[in-house]
Design a protein around this ligand. Structure first.
Ligand SMILES: Cc1ncc(COP(=O)(O)O)c(C=O)c1O
Length: 383
């Protein structure tokens, strides 16, 4: 099978793991701190505001916890989002209010977000669909104007930017994911960015048992006369990453430009090979100044044939999928009337996109898609 998502790991990552083994320190320590600093520098924010955690989901849980939400509080979030986006809001005791998306970009516009706001809105949580920044600058401006916290779910956007500003640095809080399907991976892992320095210090404590100074527990260093004493003012969790995964992360981050070059090449090849397929619409062009991480490549087609096309592709050894099954269809999360989301959900299919695809794979995917769409369209017309 040709996978939709796949990591690219090799000798460099193995060397980094071997070096960590040799150091005999696998927990959070110097490599995790280095990875935090490297990623912060990549995003263009201070290192002390970046925390290496065990998943983006953990970061989202912590982000909403930091807001201190109460029952009746609302958080606006696109229904076209990851399941954790709604889970973390509900767990915090608040209510997710789903906003619509543009059916072509699958990102919400600032107007979509604003329409879902009410006097009870405490925060807005938006992702960057498939790494495409969307109207993040306008949404950040809206949140600032309305005095509402912006949480950026930049899980899929490690290299995305608008006018040179990195996605993840527009909001008050942001997360990135390094899970096993992401562009750069640590197996499991993520980063949490907290813009406000005092809140960042609190987030650091809450990410590790509420301990005021985690150094004594996470390194071999002697930090005080009785370094085993506890200083806990607020109960915390255990969400931090470790040196072994951080060593992989540093290596992957170094290799990311190479990954992005290949992903871009694949996207351009799909664009060229699929441009003239009748009934298929390609992802809309990026607005000026926008840079994507090329995480998803999606095509859109009549709803009547989408599932059959996916089935035909699967039988041809090509895995496709749809992200994200809309959250407002899940009864637990509550409903909404979202025409853009409904349209995108019925018509969109993600094609394989990862740096491990060969030119022959890409040609095969394009050929099979053309074949599937053309034959299913003909069948649908009853010819
Ligand atoms: C938009 C989005 N947010 C969050 C996550 C969760 O990331 P993690 O697996 O690191 O918790 C994902 C994972 O697929 C995602 O796509």
């Amino acid at each position: 099978m040709i996978n939709v998502f796949q990591p690219a790991l090799g000798a460099a990552e193995l060397d980094a793991v071997a070096e960590t083994f040799a150091s005999n320190w696998l927990g959070y320590g110097p490599r995790a701190e280095r990875f935090e600093a490297e990623f912060a520098s990549h995003v263009g924010v201070p290192p002390e505001n970046m925390i290496f955690i065990n998943s983006a989901t953990s970061g989202l849980f912590l982000a909403v916890e930091l807001l201190g939400l109460s029952p009746g509080d609302e958080v606006v979030v696109p229904s076209e989002g990851f399941v954790a986006n709604a889970n973390v809001i509900l767990t915090a005791g608040a209510r997710p209010v789903f906003c619509d998306v543009d059916p072509r970009t699958l990102n919400p516009s600032a107007a979509d977000v604003e329409r879902a706001m009410s006097p009870r809105t405490r925060a807005v949580m938006v992702l960057h669909y498939g790494g495409y920044p969307g109207q993040i600058a306008e949404i950040a401006e809206l949140c600032q104007r309305r005095g509402v916290t912006l949480i950026e779910d930049a899980a899929c956007a490690p290299a995305s930017s608008v006018d040179g500003r990195a996605c993840g640095s527009f909001g008050d809080l942001a997360v990135w994911s390094f899970d096993s399907r992401k562009i750069i991976t640590t197996g499991d892992g993520g980063m949490l960015y907290v813009r406000d320095p005092a809140l960042a210090r609190r987030a650091n404590r809450l990410a590790y048992h509420g301990l005021e100074d985690r150094t004594a527990f996470t390194t071999a260093a002697k930090v005080s006369s009785r370094w085993w004493d506890l200083h806990v003012d607020e109960p915390g969790r255990r969400l931090i990453g470790n040196d072994m995964t951080a060593a992989i992360g540093s290596t992957q981050l170094r290799r990311m430009p190479e990954f992005l070059r290949r992903r871009r090449e694949i996207v351009e090849t799909y664009d060229a090979l699929l441009r003239d397929v009748d009934g298929v619409r390609l992802p809309p062009p990026l607005p000026a100044g926008h840079v994507t991480s090329y995480y998803f490549y999606w095509v859109q087609m009549p709803a009547a044939i989408r599932d059959d096309v996916a089935e035909d592709m699967y039988k041809a050894g090509i895995y496709t999928t749809f992200r994200y099954a809309p959250l407002h269809h899940v009864p637990l999360f509550g409903g909404a009337d979202l025409p853009g989301t409904e349209e995108a959900t019925r018509t969109t299919l993600l094609l394989p996109l990862h740096q491990g695809l060969t030119d022959a794979d890409v040609r095969l995917v394009a050929e099979q898609l053309r074949k599937a769409v053309e034959s299913r369209s003909v069948a649908g017309r009853g010819d």
